[in-house]
Design a protein around this ligand. Structure first.
Ligand SMILES: [Zn+2]
Length: 323
């Protein structure tokens, strides 16, 4: 999310002070106290501030699988539920983050890109450390090579998945139940292949919330938190899930980098007005007729990774398309 987009959301939430509690929330962290990478790092000082905030406001930190089970059963996720995920398997989680999680007794799920551990990359956890980590939280799957799935062939994609799963079974004697897309990137083709592995749930990295009755178990939103203050964290806790949204066009990253038509349907047929978001272009008000939005955008995008979003009355749903 760019700064400008984030500003928009902040403004939006300022205008919605009544959103005190709103659906369940899943957060994602990467590195801890590693100032070399500010865009994926959180200081443990901030982490403690966030944990203290949750304690003070009666939030309940639950294992990720508990939220998944609610979604699968189409039951409401209590609005004070929070789950933590950590991506990639950086060593600083083991050295700096884990002690804080242990101190607060908070469960977590670590999603590993297996190659970094298997090939003993310096900044990543070892298999031995993963065994210790799994005493306090769960270890799940984030691909073998952390590639851009959208740019890989079906064959390459399957080979990557198979290889990672094989090593996890070999070293941890575990068959992962949960999966996270590398870079949070996916499209309809990638989604189909990943879903053929029979995971119980698949996660993206779109900021948002979890509503047990409507969230899709194969496309669950997680909000990334970084930096040295907990402002964004508190903001994300207020997000609500926009239920009953179906994206129809575009479903793939446009080769000519022009988003021609955005087509979305909403289950709620009483909605007459919504906003559509396109990266580089912000939000545009659109009319909704009988639950259907057809927006002839013809907007040129400059990035290799774009977000398309829908907003109805301060509830948001985003989708990411990448080259
Ligand atoms: Zn990752």
């Amino acid at each position: 999310m760019t700064k400008v987009n984030l500003l928009f959301f902040k403004l939006l939430l300022l205008l919605s002070p009544y959103l005190l509690f709103a659906d369940g929330h899943i957060f994602v962290y990467h590195r801890f106290d590693d100032n070399r990478y500010p865009t994926t790092n959180i200081s443990t000082k901030t982490l403690r501030a966030e944990f203290n905030y949750l304690k003070k406001h009666n939030y309940k930190v639950v294992p990720l699988i508990d939220i998944v089970e609610k979604i699968k059963a189409k039951e409401k996720v209590p609005d004070n539920w929070v789950a933590f995920t950590i991506d990639d398997g950086f060593k600083t989680f083991y050295t700096n983050g884990l002690p804080v999680f242990k101190q607060y007794g908070y469960p977590f799920t670590l999603f590993i890109a297996v190659k970094y551990t298997q090939e003993k990359y310096r900044d990543y956890v070892s298999w031995k450390q993963l065994k210790e980590i799994s005493k306090y939280g769960s270890v799940e799957f984030h691909s073998y090579g952390h590639g851009h799935f959208g740019r890989m062939s079906d064959k390459q994609l399957k080979a990557d998945m198979d290889k990672g799963l094989k090593f996890m079974k070999e070293h941890l004697n575990y068959e992962p139940k949960l999966f996270v897309y590398p870079y949070g990137e996916y499209d309809a083709r990638v989604e189909k292949i990943v879903n053929s592995y029979g995971f119980q749930a698949v996660f993206n990295q779109n900021m948002g919330a979890v509503n047990g009755e409507c969230s899709d178990a194969y496309d669950i939103d997680r909000s990334a938190v970084v930096g040295s203050n907990s402002k964004d964290f508190k903001l994300y806790l207020k997000f609500k899930e926009l239920c009953g949204v179906h994206f129809h066009k575009p479903l793939y990253f446009p080769k000519d980098k022009i988003v021609k038509t955005v087509e979305v349907t909403l289950d709620d047929k009483s909605i007459t007005i919504a906003d559509i978001f396109i990266s580089n272009h912000g939000w545009h008000k659109v009319k909704v007729k009988n639950g259907k939005i057809v927006y002839h955008a013809n907007k040129k995008v400059s990035r290799d990774r774009i977000k398309i979003g829908v907003k109805v009355k301060s509830k948001i749903k985003l989708m990411v398309l990448s080259k």
